[in-house]
Design a protein around this ligand. Sequence first.
Ligand code: MN
Length: 250
Amino acid sequence: MRPDYVDFHAHLDLYPDLRAAIAACEQRRTATLAVTTTPKAFARNAELAEVSEFVRVGLGLHPQLVAERSGEISLFEKLFRRSRYVGEVGLDAGPQHYHSLELQKSVFERILRLSAGEGNKILSIHSVRAAKLVLDLLEEHLPRQRGTVVLHWFSGSVGEARRAVAFGCYFSVNERMLASPNGRRIVQEIPEHRLLTETDGPFVQREGNPIGAGDVVRAVREIATLKRRSIADVQSLIVNNLRDLTNAVP
Ligand code: MN
């Protein structure tokens, strides 16, 4: 069944009740990528999402956890063939995680090489303060026809966004990003056919409460305002973009 919405980056397993979070995505008819932050979390997510029509699970190793969890890369490799979706992976060069940047780079490189080797993966990538570095590594290790990249909550410069567009990246955009001047400039820059929505729930909050699982209604509305399109147009554009992304055989 065709979904009504797309949430291409959500941490459903970080809500108090994973089962209820999956049910909320089903109820909203939101096609959701449930990213994981460690490969240990993958199995339970995959098991609970198995019967779900709209929820898919990504195999992840979050850059902010690489310092303590890099040993889980072997489990990551073992599970790799089980999932078409990879995420959350990437680099974080912010002050709290800068100390592990070299280790993050080696783990991320390994994941990119695995993805290139297997082919046809779709990756949800974190790039905080590391947009240039992420793009350098993508260009070096993931040939365009070997996989597709979705940059999650991109916060690089407009020039870096253009470089990512030229590389073939998609962008998943949330309501917090759309509330910031730089985020809005980036969204203006992204071609319409490369746009997806996300919640990044439960990290994104509204009035002190986590955003609802799969609730991208505000993000859709803000994109419609920015792009001067109707809400219905943007809603179907994003669902079509997801269909193109997942049907593409690179
Ligand atoms: Mn995230």
